[in-house]
Design a protein around this ligand. Sequence first.
Ligand code: SF4
Ligand code: SF4
Length: 212
Amino acid sequence: MTQYGFYFDSARCTGCKTCEMACKDYKDLPSTIAFRKVYDYEGGSWTDAGDGAYTSDTFAYHVSLACNHCAMPACMAKCPSGAIEKDGKTGLVHIDQEKCTGAGVCVTTCPYNVPTLDAETKKGVKCDGCADRVAAGEKPICVESCPVRALEWGDIEELRAAHKGTVAGIAPMPSPDETTPSIAINPCPAAKDPGDTTGMIVNEKEVTNVPA
Ligand code: SF4
Ligand code: SF4
């Protein structure tokens, strides 16, 4: 089985959010829903050096995230109606809209803040890896749209082999141990480890799912 996934280069990402907007446009999403979200993570401080000057360890970087089509999807494990399925050929995780009862368990169990409830249909919705495009031999629309080529798509093991030194998570992402996300990240020099508490998401309102 191919396990598709995203490569994300945090040393290239400028935080422009073109990927997020291209996805919203392509999927015709309402203003309250984003399948891809770009987190602005900042931290650090200034320290009095005692000689009339200050030293700084401030940092800022961006993390563009959609569904990670995890090897062990927490969303799927906890869905009470069996509506979340992992495709046996592509590894893509999708929510069957017919089976979904809108319980919202996936919303609270995904550690990546990915699924949300559609206020209109009352169903869980999320990134499906642009499964139709991928089946037609194309890349997800977010990957195509990035102006600095900070996103790539493909077999996750091939992406990891092609980009040495990738990691499966940087702050503000949680530890990858819980779900084994299909993502390979090139950490920028400022990137902090998952679980870091020295920084904060400064665009909290942009990345918070609006409750249905
Ligand atoms: S990122 Fe979240 S929604 Fe996507 S497969 Fe993993 S647990 Fe499920
Ligand atoms: S389009 Fe590319 S550079 Fe812009 S936020 Fe998305 S991943 Fe980053």
